[in-house]
Write a protein that binds this ligand. Structure first.
Ligand SMILES: [Zn+2]
Length: 537
């Protein structure tokens, strides 16, 4: 009967509990039964208990306030929940000005009901939508206790999956897990060519993550000092991605480097990698020919492989026999034969190339020229009716040619085999949500005026949530090309002074050309002067 009396003064139910002793309400009023009020009361009590549980797992509530929040949730339940939600929405509106209020509220409500936090780089999804598989197709969860993993193991597996998932979401090219000291590990992603710290974990937890990655990569978990290599794949709704793992022991502990091999490399074409119309038509002219060699140059991470795939995607793989030698295979090309180099097993670029030539190929792609033997076989193949694509590690077209000569390739072979040399760099694009007009110094303005350059469209990097405070999102390429025409071929063979000149010019000529290409991107507001300086110098 007392409970029914409380329904009357709901929701301030506790006030009547306090006044219960002094209550002089008439018995007929107390006995009146209202089923709607009872349902509302039960609902309210249920919500109070539900939100006590929510507070326990909510990332909106700091750990030290959890007990107070739970007590508050027990009494005011949904009210506390909505207060916290409103506070978080207010915080987001003040920091993310580029997003609409409606968008933020929608996302916050979704996050709240999914039990997610909006802050932090590593997301805290409850339901993983990613599966980690070893080379034989066994899932990480199966490797850990035949799918019946213990609670502690499950936490490690969830964390591992989240790290890999976030790397894919942020389109990272590498994941580095390094011991900072004896007790802390840092997890960093390389995104758009620049490293960013995403998380710091205590050594014990991080070693467990390292072990789970090593287990799915078929590496020896007990071996922590000797360098090891491995690989695993992931399956998500977007498709499959491959990962190359390398471990090494350092003074403070074990270090893991994971390379993300994006399957998206195969989606690039000559139309979407940043070529100008003139550059595109030069490459297309070279690709149409039945033989010749196109050499891609650039330092590590300059996008050479992506451009190589873009060129291979231009070729009709049904009518031309295409064979590639790669280290590693970054993307599967349908209807092409791809061979992966494995020096430990004796499969080198040179050996693979020799065997390929016996298989009557029309087009050969060489992942990287590192020695004289590979260079000579590739150049000879281009003279004997094959179209050859290759990459070489160098900073400019000029130094690539010098490098080939230094490797021991003769000037005659170089001039007759080579048709087109392309060097490239990747520039980060300014984030369109936060870029701001550049503030130029008077001397820079004078310089632009003297050169009659329109500097009105120059921008600096800002920093917002969407670009993770970096001011940049995605990249574009700049190219410098040398067409090895008959005149140049004659100079290479007959003129020693030309080669001396080439050595002298070195990287400077190539850099100057790349700088010109990059400046066009800066003046059109695509990237910043600082980024151009960082990449080209
Ligand atoms: Zn931004």
């Amino acid at each position: 009967m007392e409970t029914l009396a409380c329904i009357k003064c709901f929701p301030a139910g506790w006030s009547c509990v306090l006044l219960a002793g002094a209550s002089t309400a008439s018995p007929t009023e107390s006995l009146s039964f209202n089923p709607i009020k009872l349902v509302v009361l039960c609902g309210w009590v249920y919500l109070c208990l539900y939100f006590v549980q929510r507070v326990q797992f909510s990332l909106l509530v700091p750990k030290k306030y959890k007990t107070i929040a739970k007590i508050a949730a027990l009494f005011v339940g949904p009210v506390l929940f909505f207060v916290l939600l409103i506070v978080d929405i207010g915080r987001q509106i003040s920091t993310e000005r580029h997003r609409s209020v409606f968008e933020i509220i929608k996302q916050q409500l979704q996050n709240a009901f999914a039990g997610r936090s909006s802050s932090g780089f590593i997301s805290s999804r409850k339901e993983p939508t990613i599966r980690l598989l070893d080379s034989s197709g066994t899932e990480l969860k199966q490797i850990y206790g035949h799918g019946k993993s213990k609670r502690g193991d499950r936490h490690v597996l969830d964390l591992t999956e989240r790290i890999i998932w976030d790397a894919l979401q942020q389109q990272a090219s590498d994941i580095l897990i390094d011991p900072k000291d004896n007790s802390i590990y840092t997890i960093r992603f390389r995104v758009d060519g620049v490293l960013r710290t995403v998380e710091q974990l205590d050594a014990g937890k991080c070693q467990a993550v390292i072990n789970s990655i090593k287990a799915v990569s078929n590496m020896d978990i007990s071996e922590k000092r000797r360098p090891q290599d491995g690989a695993f794949v992931t399956k998500t709704a977007d498709g499959t991605a491959s990962f190359r793992v390398a471990s090494a022991g350092t003074v403070n502990g074990e270090k893991l480097s994971i390379r993300v091999l994006s399957q998206k490399a195969g989606m690039y074409t000559l139309d979407n990698i940043g070529l100008s119309d003139k550059q595109r038509s030069i490459i297309k002219d070279a690709i149409i020919k039945p033989s010749g060699m196109i050499l891609m140059c650039g330092p590590t991470g300059s996008g050479k492989t992506t451009s190589l795939y873009a060129m291979l995607n231009e070729i009709d793989l049904y009518t031309r026999n295409v064979i590639t030698v790669e280290d590693p295979i970054e993307c599967v090309l349908p209807n092409a034969s791809q061979i992966e180099v494995n020096p430990k097993a004796g499969i080198t670029f040179a050996k693979s190339l020799r065997s390929i030539l016996r298989q009557d190929p029309d087009v050969i792609s060489v992942g990287e020229i590192r020695d004289e033997e590979t260079a000579s076989i590739a150049l000879r193949a281009s003279q004997t009716g094959h179209l050859v694509f290759a990459t070489i590690h160098s900073y400019s077209n000029e130094s690539a040619m010098v490098r080939l000569l230094d490797l021991g390739v003769t000037a005659v072979l170089l001039s007759s085999g080579l048709d087109l040399v392309i060097s490239q760099r990747l520039l980060r694009r300014l984030c369109t949500d936060c870029k701001k007009p550049a503030r130029l110094t008077q001397s820079q303005i004078d310089d632009f005026r003297r050169k009659r350059i329109d500097y009105k469209n120059l921008f600096h990097a800002g920093g917002c949530e969407r670009c993770h405070k970096t001011g940049y999102r995605r990249r574009t390429a700049i190219f410098d090309m040398i067409v090895v025409d008959n005149e140049l071929k004659a100079s290479i063979v007959s003129s020693d002074s030309w080669i001396t000149e080439l050595r002298k010019a070195g990287d400077e000529q190539g850099k100057s050309n790349l700088r010109k290409q990059g400046l066009k991107m800066v003046l059109s507001g695509v990237t910043s002067l600082e980024e151009l300086k960082r990449v080209v110098g």
